[in-house]
Design a binder for this molecule. Structure first.
Ligand code: PLP
Length: 386
């Protein structure tokens, strides 16, 4: 059976050039990059070049990159790091209601440790208003953490305006940019943030590698104490294979991102137009224009998204209902609920997230099978009247 993978916001395949780049490190090059003998030196050079590629991809300096084990660690490091640096004074953190659990649950944890947190609501498109951030800032605010692009809806936030509002009051800004990298331009100088999180497996590198951008001069407590690695910011013998892979993935994204984004956008539009033409009672979730090129979140009213997902899966088509982290749970998405979407409509939402390798044929195939599946499921629904 043909397999069509449309769940690239959950994870991506490993790009063949990435697989090629890490092959020598699975087969012969095993030195510890901190060792000064030949085995360490031969690894160090590629390792350093990979760090340079990651830095270049986001217009940062290599000294501003802290390698982590994943995007979740980067989010934890940023938020707990700023909280830790505040010491006994504690303080106030501003975030939004639509963040990934790797931000929301860190904030909830910090509330149990005496920090105050404001969760800024979003509008019907899932967007944070920079004025709301400005109004929420208090004398004791120590951090604003707002994501750049939402993993479920693809809505892109006005991060530059949010950063300007926070900086006007001297408050540093962290942004979860895990979903933005490789899909929209991510330039630390343009966006002006102080801390930003990234993850390798969302950009065609393997799982288990991420990065935190820490602007020069930002003071942050360590999450993992130990050796001198990562300039003393994050201990642990380096994940050489991971960083070489992430570096290669950034190099590829840097060269081809615009072309890939244009292709994903074209396919996403074709998918949306085709679905709207063939199926009624479909609602687009997320911002109509300020959105990632690859992400389409649609509610198919009167149908349970899990049933849709399983029916598509049986046809060899992988999509997601809610975020990957919450799939398996039948709770409606906190992101869609925060956008004011009624519970039943949230429960009928599917996320299609395209990747670099998707084709017209993939989209054509979905458009061929989806109307029948939706029609069959609706025919069983007591609520559906055509
Ligand atoms: N932030 C966002 C927006 C995500 O989509 C994800 C993963 O889905 C993460 C953070 C966590 O990244 P990781 O899986 O690398 O921990």
């Amino acid at each position: 059976m043909r397999r069509i993978y449309l769940d690239n916001n959950a994870t991506t395949s490993i790009h063949p050039e990435v697989a090629e780049a890490i092959r020598p490190f699975l087969n012969g090059l095993y030195g510890n990059p901190s060792s000064i003998h030949f085995a360490g030196r031969e690894v160090r050079a590629t390792y350093d070049a990979a760090r340079q590629s990651i830095a270049e991809m986001i217009a940062a300096n290599t000294g501003e990159i802290v390698i982590t084990s994943c995007g979740s660690e980067a989010n934890n490091h940023a938020i707990k790091g700023i909280a830790g640096a505040a010491g006994d004074k504690k303080g106030h953190i501003i975030t939004s209601t639509v963040e990934h659990p790797a931000v929301l649950n860190v904030c909830r944890h910090l509330e149990t440790r005496g920090f105050a947190v404001t969760y800024i609501p979003v509008d019907g498109f899932g967007c944070v208003d920079p004025d709301d951030v400005r109004d929420a800032i208090r004398k004791d605010t120590i951090l604003v953490s707002i994501m750049y692009a939402n993993n479920e809806t693809g809505t892109v936030m006005p991060i530059r305006e949010i950063t300007d509002a926070a900086h006007a009051r001297g408050v540093p800004v962290h942004s979860d940019m895990v979903q933005a990298l490789g899909k929209v331009k991510v330039d630390m100088k343009d966006l002006g943030v102080d801390l930003a999180s990234f993850s390798g497996h969302k950009v065609y590198a393997p799982k288990g590698i991420g990065a935190l951008y820490v602007r020069d001069g930002i003071v942050l407590d360590n999450l993992i104490h130990g050796g001198h690695q990562e300039g003393g910011r994050r201990a642990g013998t380096e994940n050489v294979i991971g960083i070489v892979a992430f570096g290669k993935a950034c190099e590829i994204a840097g060269k081809h991102a615009e072309e890939y984004a244009a292709n994903m956008e074209r396919l996403r539009k074709r998918l949306l137009d085709g679905i709207l033409e063939k199926i009624d009672h479909v609602r687009l979730n997320g911002h109509p224009t300020a959105r990632l090129p690859n992400t389409l979140n649609l509610s198919f009213e009167f149908v349970e998204s899990e049933s849709l997902l399983f029916s598509l899966d049986r046809k060899g088509i992988a999509v997601s209902s809610g975020s990957a982290c919450s799939s398996g749970s039948d709770e409606p998405s906190h992101v869609l609920l925060a956008m004011g979407i009624p519970g039943a409509v949230c429960q009928s939402a599917l996320r299609f997230s395209l990747g670099w390798g998707n084709t017209e044929d993939d989209v054509g195939c979905v458009l061929e099978v989806l109307p029948d599946i939706v029609g069959r499921l609706r025919a069983m629904s007591p609520l559906y009247r055509k």
